[in-house]
Design a protein around this ligand. Structure first.
Ligand SMILES: C[S@@+](CC[C@H](N)C(=O)[O-])C[C@H]1O[C@@H](n2cnc3c(N)ncnc32)[C@H](O)[C@@H]1O
Length: 314
């Protein structure tokens, strides 16, 4: 059965139902921002531009916050000449210019600046999820503490089938961390306990989530070098928002959050710097729109890899 977006009890009437950036003139700035996708029917708006600039515009327009939840997968700062194994071959780690480290202090300054802006655009009870490896996640956690977020959980995403460590001088890297935090210590955050319990097979869900990296079906419209599995983002969305809520991804990449939001009937604003990535994101979101009215069961997709779900075969 089609599931039209429902108004969440937590979505206050003050929040506009349309694009929270509608009508803003970005074209004249030094770094033009352009709208790459406008889908009011599904509530999805994607922008190409620097998220710092777009977040400033959002904060000016919505001083009390506008987003129920943010999923951020920022640069990891790990493309610095190291090696990894891809498709059985030794290759240089090079995700792109955006992923090069500028040194611990500048990296931390960047993390603090985008997190400060995200905090401003969150609603009072809103939450943020930030994914990363050890290259970035300690800085993100420290910046969250400095800014007065309330850290709620550190989730470990365990990959059942990681690439081997070619140097044989380290353990095989097989996890990423996702920090979940509320806007402030006073926030009364949303946690859909029963939904998570159901996904966990009737038990309290633990903070270790076992899920495979995106499979080929999530890459058939093109792929992003650090693409997250849709099921991972869906689980974050299902845990912390209600249908019709508004989600932001300031580092949209290939559009995973937009797809996850559509599949769970949430509205979404995504921001991405690079042309090729935002085009991929728009393609994936447009494709997800064609499936919007078909029956889907996102709870099924975001089960753990060891649960008896047909979606989770390794
Ligand atoms: C780790 S990737 C996100 C991948 C995404 N989660 C996915 O599943 O496809 C980070 C993305 O942030 C983008 N980016 C880097 N700096 C940015 C900025 N200042 N504003 C907006 N996007 C930025 C990069 O181009 C890259 O695509």
């Amino acid at each position: 059965m089609p599931r039209p977006p429902q108004k969440s009890p937590r979505s206050s009437g003050v929040v506009p139902a349309g694009d929270p950036l509608a009508g803003l003139d970005f074209a004249s700035g030094a770094n033009p921002v352009r709208r790459a996708l406008d889908d009011p029917a599904r509530g999805v708006w994607l922008y190409q531009g620097n998220c710092l600039e777009v977040l400033d515009a959002l904060a000016d327009r919505h001083p009390d916050g506008v987003f129920d939840m943010i999923f951020a997968d920022p640069p990891y700062f790990l493309s610095n000449g190291g090696i990894t194994c891809h498709a059985g071959k030794m290759v240089k780690v090079d995700k792109g210019e955006w992923d090069k480290s500028r040194g611990a202090d500048l990296n931390h300054e960047f993390n603090t600046e985008w997190l400060r802006r995200c905090q401003r655009v969150l609603k009072a009870d809103g939450t943020i999820w930030v994914s990363g490896t050890h290259h970035v996640i300690f800085s993100v956690g420290y910046a969250m503490q400095q800014l007065g977020f309330k850290i709620l959980n550190d989730i470990t995403w365990e990959k059942p089938n990681p690439p081997p460590n070619l140097s044989c001088r380290y353990f095989t890297h097989s996890t990423e961390t996702i920090l979940w935090a509320a806007k402030t210590e006073k926030s009364r955050h949303c946690f859909n306990y029963q939904v998570m319990r159901q996904i966990a097979g009737g038990k309290q869900m633990k903070s270790v989530w076992r899920m495979t990296a995106p499979k080929s079906d999530e890459k058939r419209l093109g792929k992003h070098p650090t693409q997250k599995p849709v099921g991972l983002v869906e689980r974050c969305i299902l845990a912390s928002t209600n249908e019709g809520d508004l989600v932001l991804d300031p580092f949209l990449g290939g559009g995973t959050t937009a797809v996850a939001a559509m599949e769970t009937r949430r509205r979404c604003v995504g921001i991405e710097l690079e042309d090729g990535n935002i085009k991929l994101a728009a393609r994936r979101a447009a494709h997800a729109a064609t499936l919007f009215n078909q029956s889907t069961n996102p709870e099924e997709k975001c089960r753990d890899a060891h649960s008896p779900s047909p979606m989770a075969t390794d």
